[in-house]
Design a protein around this ligand. Sequence first.
Ligand code: DX5
Ligand code: ZN
Length: 214
Amino acid sequence: NITPAVLPSLLQCDFGDLRGELERLTKAGVEGLHLDVMDGHFVPNLSYGMPIVAGLRRWTDMPLDVHLMISDPAAYIDAFADAGADMLTFHIEAVENPLAIIDQIHRHGIVAGVAINPDTPMDRLDGCVEATDAVLVMSVKAGFGGQAFRPEAIERLKSLREAYPDLLLEVDGGIKEETIGDCRQAGCDLFVVGSAIFGQSDYQTAVSRLRDLL
Ligand code: DX5
Ligand code: ZN
């Protein structure tokens, strides 16, 4: 159990120097990595897939938290598990039978997460929160880094925390020094951070300032 933890989102990092980034993040003391997989279909942006996960897996023992922003998670879950993901999170908006996907993830012995976009009603999660290990509350619409935090996420985190004391809660989008504390107060465990780390020259300072607010 690594919570509460700051998880850097590898979306705005230097992909020409992934091992250097890994080294800097390890030195900065992060407890895991958040990997944003986008298919250009579920979201209008395209990032990377299994080879990056497998490549990072060869160079770090840190937990790899893979955020699947893809239209057909069932088709790729086995491949991402084989690539070395420790946690696989799919979007509730993308699937018809979330319970089957959660089962598929669990068959690999890894952590299952369900993500929900800000404009999706919370009742879409009915019936699957009990089955999943984690809920990822999106505090921006999935697709791009650097967007502004949507404060409705706080109420979502609070109500999930009240209803499910043991659920792993993760928040993603616009997390920085101004927003991380409120999310922690609301009961969140995992804090995904993109720009507020990769936009800084010194990752160690950026990470420790964020951690001090948890
Ligand atoms: C957005 C991604 C995020 C993103 C966060 O779709 O899921 O993980 O990289 O970036 P910031 O922290 O800049 O909002
Ligand atoms: Zn993400």
